[in-house]
Ligand binder design. Structure first.
Ligand code: OSB
Ligand code: MG
Length: 382
């Protein structure tokens, strides 16, 4: 504890300094195949990027918000507005990162906007020191477990093909999206064909408590967990559902803060939490949440938002923190994109693990030529 406190001295003490150049960019990368969920089907990744430049160092952050409010209420447009009008104006050269976050606490919600800018600043601080993000945060490098999130498919045979491919690739666990009319029969088919794999299902809030009987039918398939079966903003009703199921529940959409996680744990609303750094306000909040969960006996995993290589690298760096004991939604770049804006791409090794990128900051190189290729817009703030 002492050692880590000393390692994090910069958080409180080091002034962020003047940052020469600040830009907000929007990129749109086509997906190899559309990604279907119970709330939306996305055919591309449109992401807001924050680019900072100072004394020859370039740092990047990626906002996980989508252009639409179907997964979360924040969007690329709302995040841009909050970053420009409320977060960046608080950035002063003599403030430390902790000081800046203190000022941002006045801005309610908008965790995705905050995360995008905080992560760009962390990338800058790490690159100024020439160390990878996990080292800046005081964590040792480790290879991380892999997991894949398979979207809703046209038919059960199509789903079985996707699962087969994932198993052959060596993924440590398979998550399948479920929703009304895509549940019991679909899970049953996958389980019958693959009796031994670590399998879980994500409903993205498609059910209500009235469906408890239907959801209980999933108990016989030995899922490692069911993710967010009930409403995107519910914590209490999940506690009633969890009491009726053998299968552990995992919360995603309804956890935005360390206090939300504490409430879910106290209410026994879930036995696992999906931590998306972008959904909880950034890397520092994600690390804190993982610590609370570990102390409460709740395993966590790192979720994903189909990010470009920037967000993907950040999610891998995060998993060096204690508490990330389960495989997350960390899959290979080539599942989503023909080409990416970073190098090298995420790849599984022979045991299905993913290496921690060891370059400075997020650890991978941003290829500005690729950013240009997929650019929708570029706004110079400074
Ligand atoms: O619910 O976890 C989710 C993607 C976009 C929005 C929500 C979710 C997801 C995923 C994919 O499941 C995770 C990934 O592979 O990045
Ligand atoms: Mg989810």
């Amino acid at each position: 504890m002492k050692k880590n406190e000393r390692a994090l001295d910069w958080l409180e003490k080091e002034p962020l300094g003047d940052i020469e150049k600040i830009e907000i960019l929007t990129v749109r990368l086509p997906f190899i195949a559309p990604f279907g969920t119970s709330v939306a089907t996305w055919s591309c990744k449109e992401a807001l990027l924050v680019r900072l430049e100072d004394k020859g160092v370039t740092a990047w952050g990626e906002c996980v918000a989508d252009p639409d409010p179907y997964y979360a209420s924040e969007t690329t447009v709302s995040a841009r507005f909050i970053i420009k009008d409320f977060l960046l104006p608080e950035l002063k050269p003599d403030l430390s990162l902790a000081g800046l976050l203190g000022r941002w606490s006045r801005v309610r919600g908008n965790e995705m906007a905050k995360a995008a800018l905080e992560n760009a600043l962390l990338d800058l601080l790490a690159k100024r020191r020439g160390v990878p993000l996990h080292a800046l945060l005081g964590f040792a490098a480790k290879r991380v477990m892999s997991g894949i999130s398979i979207g809703l498919q046209e038919s059960i045979p199509a789903l079985l093909d996707k699962v087969e491919e994932a198993v052959r690739s060596g993924y440590h666990r398979v998550k399948m999206k479920i929703g009304r009319d895509h549940d019991v029969e679909w899970v049953k088919a996958v389980r019958e064909r693959f009796p031994a794999i670590a399998l879980m299902a994500d409903a993205n809030g498609d059910y209500s408590l009235a469906d408890a009987g239907l959801l209980a039918r999933l108990d016989e398939f030995g899922l490692t967990m069911i993710e967010q079966p009930l409403s995107y903003h519910d914590i209490y009703q999940h506690s009633l559902l969890q009491a009726r199921l053998r299968t552990p529940l995992c919360l995603d959409e309804s956890i935005h803060s360390v206090d939300d996680a504490a409430a879910a744990i106290a209410l026994k609303s879930c036995r696992v939490i999906n931590i998306k750094q972008g959904r909880v306000g950034g890397l520092l909040a994600a690390v804190k949440m993982a610590g609370l969960c570990a102390a409460s006996g709740i395993p966590v995993w790192s979720g994903g938002m189909d990010e470009t290589g920037i967000g993907r690298a950040l999610n891998i760096q995060l998993q060096a923190a204690p508490g990330f004991t389960l495989p997350g939604d960390t899959s290979e770049t080539r599942r989503y994109f023909h080409e990416d804006i970073v190098e090298p791409p995420v790849l599984l090794d022979g045991d299905g693990f993913i290496a921690m990128p060891m370059g400075p900051g997020i650890g991978v190189d941003i290829v500005e030529k690729m950013v240009e290729k997929y650019l929708l817009g570029r706004e110079k703030i400074k």
